[in-house]
Unconditional design. Structure first.
Length: 131
């Protein structure tokens, strides 16, 4: 009896996992992304970058990052981020290689906040492009 019940549960679990994996493949990896640019970039510069991309994304909004006079935070940047990296690659390379600074991405998913290292995200972005 117990074995049969366990077998039924396992079967359902495998089926659910398969569906979940299929759904994950269809869905972009990063959903709600906050992009923190820890460089000498003001909030206005970040807003100008978004405007230059030419996408109307009402969810995207820019705030100051931290208490310092530099740094910008672009919230909900999922749609805009690949376009920003393509249009302004030098800004992002500078973020990657500037000693002690850089940019970090926070994915607000159902599992809470996950910090992404810039290089790790760049590799994920490369994989995303290859598909």
């Amino acid at each position: 009896m117990i074995a049969a019940a366990a077998g039924g549960n396992t079967g359902r679990r495998v089926e659910w996992t398969r569906e979940f994996i299929e759904e994950r493949k269809r869905r972009p990896k990063l959903r709600n992304v906050i992009l923190n640019i820890h460089t000498y970039m003001t909030k206005e510069d970040a807003q100008a970058m978004i405007d230059a991309v030419g996408i109307y994304a009402p969810k995207v909004w820019v705030t100051e990052c931290g208490t310092k006079p530099w740094g910008a935070q672009i919230k909900y940047a999922r749609e805009v981020l690949p376009l920003l990296i393509r249009k302004f690659p030098k800004v992002f390379w500078w973020c990657l290689y500037e000693a002690g600074r850089g940019f970090s991405l926070v994915d607000i998913g159902h599992r809470g906040r996950i910090e992404y290292s810039p290089l790790g995200y760049y590799m994920a972005f490369r994989r995303m492009k290859r598909r």
